[in-house]
Design a protein. Structure first.
Length: 519
């Protein structure tokens, strides 16, 4: 038979049997020595090709499992048996046996996900090094096992646009102070919520970072500011809100009441057949719940009356119902603003514009509505002005970034050489055509190629996150991954693979895996 050392040339190792037999690195199948004789090299090549496909399939399935946030054991316990059964029924037994050669054990899934996560973060780090500057979005939560988790997303200039990606999710030891959270020196902007651990001047994150990097800029999450601005209401409106919450809880949180109410709505042929106790996105819950209650107010009144509940009378009070309608309307509008402020790859200037537009609408509504509502809108307008007091000035100062072809006094704060570059740019018809066809961040990446200093300055202004929305959404993913049943899981690699938008360099991972196995 062929010499044992030559097995490696074909992607095989050898067994300890006497005589040794060739064994596949990837699927573990043992072949006969006849298969590796010179006359049998075609068989060896075919077997090696199958092994390569099995490895690729193993990575592909691992990524699907990571994206689904399911336990890694799901594949071995359910997916592989199901796929094997389907293959045997739909194709033949040979195809089913081929599926069994794909490495899909629980440990294999975990290793594959770890490898893909490390690969993704490696890509991000290389891109950051090339970009030179970056901004961070940071937030903290306590997971199901009581561990404090710090989550970071990063925003950086890529080849032709500004990109965003998860950077890490780290368990914080002991007290979660800013000193323990942050040790970087080259970050230009940080966006967080307003918790003491994040922003306190003594132990908070920003205080410590300022000592290391005095030029860093901090942004208080715009969505968090908007949520704070909407929080306080007059006693009358608060009472209506309290009554509404009691009614919703009474019907939705008690199974029998819920079933009876669904039946009532079905018999009434209403568009909706139930109230909303919670919604998928927690900061939108209040507006959606109030709107649904208002839409089903007649059915709720009937239900409460039949059950002799004292809150039935409020639905006969025209003033109370009018206030409910107002709250449903204004919180729906606040939800619309909230949704406009969210999403990936949104830059700070868009967010400034949305907040300014909403503040103007508040003033319009205040002039047109009744006294109690006017008082609430006036307070809401005051709170918005307080939480966004510098937004007008900041927005106007960056008008030259928003539209460099309409140069105004906004560019006066630029150094003279950059003002000259801006004038050259404003006369460049080629870039003006690109401005009409591309996003603002893509456009300024093009400008940087021709006017490096001006383009870089504009991109720095577009770099910061305006919200911690991506952290909020990712924490929802974390709660699906780290459950009571998996409370000892180190969640970072699974989370990175689940939420990253960067594609895994699968060919590189496979090549590395093959090289490791053959050494």
């Amino acid at each position: 038979s062929i010499h044992v050392k030559n097995y490696i040339l074909y992607g095989f190792t050898s067994t300890s049997a006497d005589p040794p037999q060739p064994q596949c690195f990837f699927c573990g199948e043992v072949l006969s020595n006849k298969s590796v004789k010179p006359s049998g090299q075609t068989v060896m090549m075919k077997a090696t090709g199958v092994s390569s496909k099995a490895l690729e399939a193993s990575y592909a399935v691992s990524l699907l499992v990571a994206k689904s946030k399911k336990p890694h054991s799901t594949v071995e316990e359910l997916i592989l048996p199901a796929a094997t059964v389907m293959a045997e029924i739909m194709i033949d037994k040979k195809a089913a046996n081929a599926f069994k050669k794909v490495p899909l054990s629980n440990n294999t899934m975990s290793r594959r996900i770890d490898e893909m996560s490390v690969d993704i973060i490696g890509q991000v780090v290389n891109k950051i090094k090339q970009a030179g500057q970056f901004a961070l979005q940071l937030d903290e939560m306590t997971d199901v096992s009581g561990d404090a988790q710090l989550l970071a997303f990063i925003r950086y200039k890529d080849v032709s646009d500004i990109k965003e990606n998860i950077l890490f999710c780290k368990r914080l030891p002991g007290k979660t102070t800013g000193e323990e959270m942050f040790q970087w020196k080259t970050c230009t902007h940080i966006c967080t919520d307003d918790t003491a651990a994040m922003t306190g001047s003594v132990k908070g994150l920003f205080g410590h970072v300022k000592k290391v990097n005095p030029n860093i800029k901090w942004m208080h999450c715009i969505i968090h500011r908007e949520a704070l601005a909407r929080k306080i209401m007059s006693p009358d409106l608060s009472a209506v809100m309290d009554d509404a919450v009691k009614v919703i809880n009474l019907i939705q949180s008690r199974p029998l009441n819920h079933r009876l109410f669904v039946t009532l709505c079905h018999e009434s042929s209403t568009e909706h057949e139930q109230l909303l106790l919670h919604t998928d996105v927690r900061w939108l819950s209040r507006g959606k719940r109030l709107l649904r209650l208002f839409e089903l107010r007649s059915e709720v009144f009937v239900f409460l009356t039949e059950h002799l509940h004292p809150l039935a009378v409020v639905f006969e009070d025209a003033r109370w119902v009018a206030h409910l309608a107002y709250l449903a309307y204004v919180f729906t509008k606040l939800n619309e603003l909230n949704l406009l402020l969210q999403g990936k790859e949104s830059h700070i200037l868009k967010m400034y514009d949305k907040v300014k537009g909403f503040t103007k609408k508040l003033k319009l509504w205040e002039r047109k509505l009744v006294k109690l509502v006017q008082a609430h809108l006036s307070k809401l307008c005051t709170d918005f002005s307080q939480y966004f007091q510098d937004i007008e000035e900041k927005s106007e100062r960056l008008d030259w970034v928003r539209n460099p072809f309409s140069v105004s006094e906004s560019s006066n704060n630029l150094p003279a050489r950059l003002q000259e570059h801006l004038m050259d740019l404003s006369s460049d018809r080629g870039l003006k055509m690109a401005y009409a066809e591309k996003t603002l961040t893509e456009f300024w990446c093009d400008v940087e190629k021709e006017y490096p200093e001006l383009g870089k300055h504009a991109l720095i202004e577009l770099l910061p996150f305006g919200f911690t929305y991506m952290c909020e959404v990712t924490f929802s993913a974390l709660t699906h991954i780290k459950t009571k049943q998996r409370n000892r899981l180190d969640v970072e690699n699974s989370l990175v693979a689940a939420v990253s938008t960067l594609p895994t360099e699968l060919s590189k991972l496979m090549k590395d895996k093959q090289a490791q196995e053959s050494c």
